[in-house]
Design a protein around this ligand. Structure first.
Ligand code: SAM
Length: 287
């Protein structure tokens, strides 16, 4: 396990992923009933943007750095307000010194009846996570293979919630693990909301992944993408996607508004693009 998210925290892919995360959690909060967020590849939870790693790539400057300072319409700003609030909560004043990872963003948005399970396999990262959430009775940090959690930890006792799957894509076969993990999880908990992150570099692999999802028999799948520069299989990642299973009904409309804004703000030399498509329709009861 060589992947270190500290190099990438706050980049354009995090902006998309964490916006989707916040919108789903806010939707879940529309009902009083408790829910659980399960983050299968949680990372360290909090990233110091002045660290060597973050400074070396400077990726956050071309991601959250641009979005935070961009001119946005009220409607656009409203959609990212929960992400901006979560960022504000880990910084003092207007300086952007820290960026929150997915478990810290999720935790920031939970109410007292909601719960978070943060799973991480890297021993150093899990130690950092434990420190971040020390004494927090609403959060369980578990050192475990996130792919196993998709079996063992589902469904959660709350029977409502979100599973975020954000693997590192450092080893061959990650699209296969993502697909198998989702199908296994969905069999155990068809009513859960799933948000899966993926990189767009190898277009053939991405196309095969989408086809497999469309043919899987799993209903109600949304696929959203954000491209900040033309895709080169051997170059650095310039496009990313999220698969959302059982998306909240408001999500597509919210993303329709914010994704073009992200493409406008984050696209290099005006080359930003975004897309939203359905890979599978909702099951409608036969009439
Ligand atoms: C992309 S990062 C996660 C970033 C985090 N979700 C966020 O948005 O802030 C992927 C993480 O998965 C961890 N990891 C790698 N293999 C894993 C596995 N099999 N199970 C759980 N975590 C794993 C890595 O150590 C790394 O911290």
């Amino acid at each position: 396990m060589n992947y270190r998210h500290a190099y990438h925290a706050g980049n354009f892919a995090d902006v998309l992923k964490h916006t989707v995360l916040t919108l789903i959690i806010e939707y879940l909060k529309r009902k009083e009933k408790p829910f659980r967020v399960i983050d299968t590849h949680a990372g360290t939870g909090l990233y110091d943007l002045s660290s060597d790693e973050a400074q070396r790539t400077g990726e956050w400057r071309g991601g959250i750095g641009l979005v935070r300072d961009a001119e946005l319409s009220d409607a656009e700003r409203n959609i990212i307000s929960h992400l901006l609030d979560s960022i504000k909560a880990v910084n003092t004043g207007h300086e952007l010194n820290h960026y929150p990872g997915s478990p810290v963003i999720a935790r920031h948005l939970l109410r007292k009846q909601d719960r978070l399970t943060a799973i991480e396999l890297h021993p150093e990262d899990v130690e950092k996570l434990r420190t971040v959430f020390e004494g927090d009775y609403q959060t369980r940090v578990i050192e475990l293979d996130g792919w196993l959690a998709l079996g063992a930890h589902l469904p959660p006792k709350e029977k409502r919630g979100l599973v975020l799957v954000d693997p590192p894509f450092e080893k061959e076969g990650e699209f296969g693990r993502l697909f198998d993990g989702l199908t296994k999880a969905h069999r155990r908990w068809p009513g859960g909301i799933y948000a899966l992150w993926y990189p767009i570099k190898n277009l053939k692999e991405v196309a095969a992944f989408r086809t497999a999802l469309s043919d899987s028999g799993i209903p109600d799948i949304l696929d959203v993408t954000l491209e900040v520069a033309p895709v080169h299989p051997d170059g650095k990642m310039s496009a990313t996607g999220m698969i959302i299973v059982n998306p909240p009904y408001l999500l597509q409309e919210q993303l329709k508004l914010i994704l073009p804004a992200f493409a406008r703000i984050l696209g290099e030399r005006g080359k930003g693009r975004s897309s939203i498509r359905r890979l599978a329709e909702e099951h409608r009861p036969a009439s």
